[in-house]
Design a protein around this ligand. Structure first.
Ligand code: NAD
Length: 433
């Protein structure tokens, strides 16, 4: 199939590369000229495990190309994916300006029947809005399909190649058939392709993210209750995770969820439900809990080191919103570091992939350490903010030697409290004695 993907970000680039990997001819479009230039030269603008290899291979085979010209890409394609951003608008809603601008431009470039697929996360009713927007300019027939993306950053390629399910929202039989054909190579192990109406398809993605965010905030609240009673959230977590009705995923308490999806999608559900006069009480609480959770490590610092950190250095391990990504959108590290700077601290931070993203936020206000240990030099405390694998089994003797005082505040519960105590650390984690 000949495919155009509009928007070459975390979703668009991964989708484009994976469709090329199954033999399709793919043109990725982005209005960001620097991004397209980099991709044309063989560079990759984001860090995502496995992505570089499949982009390189499919570029080499000439199945994957890049352009800034949307009309050109649309004219050469049968299926056009919209994978542009849907950031939070002022009122918390998903801002559709990029989706509708892309739809308008696609309509103007039609040169025959095409299937337009909305892959961006968008509220129910957007497929209809896209159809209406396009109908104003389109001189050829087209179908609009909703195809929400469930990949997670850090494992995006793997998720795309082996999805748990594929959701296709459309009432157009021809488009449904074409979409099923396109996804068949990814679902050979039996993952279902679910065809449904567009509103249900659009809501699926929000329901998934809202449920996962709810589990995280629920566990964060339970961690606070464990602390109040001297219980251990890890033991509670393991006990409930073994219950088949509950399962083990997304039960880890921590210093808050972040990223480009959970915060934005939870806000969007609250907003679009309110628009239809429904107050989504649970999600309001989920969001509130997450906001306070992001302040938890700062509260611990205040308690253990006082509120005036002038002349003091604090080491931070982890900047990205989660491991295996360079993405810092809504990362808990941002308010934590801002809070440390406001208290007068000097921050020495290390992240295996996110220094470039951090520089765009903090510039020279913080020091970017060469490695995890370099971040500790002369620091009064170590704050663990992102649970990168390489932080899990460090040389504790070395940590103790490099820190000015043996204080570790762990926002991801990656160390054993007993072991830390035995090694002479003052150790504070979430929901554990
Ligand atoms: P992103 O910000 O990384 O990428 C979006 C890209 O679209 C940018 O490069 C931007 O320059 C480009 N763009 C915007 N308007 C354009 C236009 N008119 N023509 C060409 N290019 C245009 O965003 P993302 O993280 O890939 O997310 C895209 C969508 O997918 C969002 O709706 C998001 O909610 C959803 N989503 C994201 C993830 C994720 O993990 N990041 C997962 C599932 C779904």
């Amino acid at each position: 199939m000949r495919i155009a993907v509009v928007g070459t970000g975390y979703v668009g680039l991964v989708a484009g590369a994976c469709f090329a990997e199954t033999g399709n001819q793919v043109i990725c479009v982005d209005k960001d000229k620097a991004k397209v230039r980099l991709l044309e030269r063989g560079g990759i603008p984001i860090f995502e495990p496995g992505l570089e290899e499949i982009v390189r291979r499919n570029r080499h085979e000439k199945r994957l190309t890049f352009t800034t010209s949307l009309p050109d890409a649309v004219k050469k394609s049968d299926v056009v994916f919209i994978a542009v951003g849907t950031p939070t608008g002022e009122d918390g809603s998903a801002d559709l300006k990029y989706v509708l601008a892309a739809a308008d431009e696609i309509a103007g470039a039609l040169n025959g029947y095409k299937v337009i697929v909305d892959k961006s996360t968008v509220p129910a009713g957007t497929a209809e809005l896209v159809r209406k927007t396009m109908a104003r300019r389109a001189k050829h027939p087209f179908a609009v399909v909703s195809n929400p993306e469930f990949l997670k950053q850090g494992a995006a390629v793997e998720d795309f190649l082996k999805p748990d399910r594929v959701v296709i929202g459309t009432d157009d039989a021809r488009a449904a058939e074409l979409m099923q054909e396109l996804y068949r190579p990814f679902t050979r192990t039996g993952a279902p392709i679910m065809v449904m109406d567009t509103a249900s398809a659009e809501l699926c993605k929000y329901a998934a993210n809202a449920m996962l965010a709810t589990r995280i905030s629920f566990m964060n609240e339970f961690a606070a209750v464990c602390e109040a009673f001297g219980g251990d959230i890890d033991k509670v977590r393991q006990a409930i995770a073994s219950d088949k009705r509950i399962g083990a995923a997304f039960l880890f308490p921590g210093c808050g969820y972040g990223g480009s999806c959970f915060p934005k999608d939870v806000k969007a559900v609250i907003q679009f439900s309110a628009e239809r006069k429904y107050k989504f009480r649970i999600l309001n609480a989920v969001e509130q809990v997450n906001e306070s959770q992001k302040r938890l490590l700062l509260n611990r610092v205040d308690k253990l080191l006082g509120k005036n950190l002038k002349g003091k250095t604090i080491a931070v391990w982890g900047l990205a919103f989660k491991p295996r990504t360079d993405d810092m959108r809504e990362a808990p590290a941002v308010p934590i570091i801002k809070g440390l700077l406001e208290r007068g601290a000097k921050v020495r931070a290390f992240d295996p992939e996110a220094h470039q993203s951090a520089k765009a936020i903090f510039g020279r206000k913080i020091t970017y350490a060469r490695n995890a240990y370099d971040a500790l030099k002369g620091a009064e405390a170590l704050l663990v903010v992102t649970e990168w694998n390489e932080f899990r089994e460090p040389d504790f003797k070395k940590i103790k030697k490099l820190l000015k005082r043996p204080l570790v505040i762990d926002g991801r519960n990656i160390y054993e409290p007993k072991q830390m105590r035995e090694q002479g650390f003052t150790y504070s984690s979430i929901g554990r004695p």
